[in-house]
Design a protein around this ligand. Structure first.
Ligand SMILES: Cc1cn([C@H]2C[C@H](O)[C@@H](COP(=O)(O)OP(=O)(O)O[C@H]3O[C@@H](C)C(=O)[C@@H](O)[C@H]3O)O2)c(=O)[nH]c1=O
Length: 189
């Protein structure tokens, strides 16, 4: 298993080992002990799986507010997607900044998106599936969206303007400047 830091503190790329043989491969897509040994011990309680049929489908940016905030461990089950995390922790030195990582069935990479970050992705192949583990249950009252195309954040989704496939909720999401973020940055000791 490889763990790489990103430009945003707390957002990391995890690549589990794949054991290939004549049948294909075997991979431990999540092993609590191995991650805990690497300093990432999270109590996941819900697994999510969604299918996006069209290339250029954008889901996000989403987060749940405290006390129902979620850490998410994201991977691609089929196809290819570009996964994005945006720092929305008030007082963070990287507030409003984003990182994006391509996750695919092929590369087996995973992105850890902790609470305090908004999460979203765009699909780069037809019929792309995303799978992710969450540390809290879905709580519709705490579910929030942030505009994927907020120019202040400036995410390069690789999709021409106006052509993204979106939910009604995401098409109407507020911008960062309108967000009263419930997250406060806490520096590591
Ligand atoms: C997120 C979620 C949705 N639902 C339901 C609500 C609704 O009827 C249907 C679709 O919900 P949404 O439109 O919110 O699905 P989607 O746009 O795929 O939302 C997801 O986007 C990605 C980027 C995330 O990070 C996730 O946390 C989640 O917010 O599924 C659940 O039952 N459980 C859940 O955990």
């Amino acid at each position: 298993m490889e763990i790489e830091k990103t430009a945003l503190d707390g957002v990391v790329i995890i690549t589990p080992a794949r054991h290939g043989d004549s049948r294909g491969f075997f991979s431990e897509s999540w092993n609590r002990q191995r991650l805990a040994d690497a300093g990432i011990d999270m109590d996941f309680v819900q697994d999510n799986h969604s299918l996006s049929q069209q290339v250029g489908t954008i889901r996000g940016l989403h987060f749940q507010t405290p006390p129902r905030a979620q850490d998410k461990l994201v991977r691609c089950g089929r196809g290819r997607l570009y996964d994005v995390a945006v720092d929305i922790r008030a007082g963070s030195p990287t507030y409003g900044q984003w990182v994006g990582v391509e996750l695919s069935f092929e590369n087996g990479r995973q992105l850890l998106v902790p609470a305090g970050f908004a999460h979203g992705f765009v699909t780069r192949e037809k019929d792309t599936e995303i799978c992710y583990k969450c540390t809290d249950y879905y709580a519709p009252d705490c579910d929030r969206a942030l505009a994927y195309d907020d120019p202040e954040i400036g995410i390069d989704w690789g999709v021409s303007p106006g052509s993204a496939v979106l939910s009604a909720k995401d098409a109407a999401a507020p911008r960062l400047a309108e967000l009263d973020t419930p997250f406060v940055y806490e520096a590591h000791p």
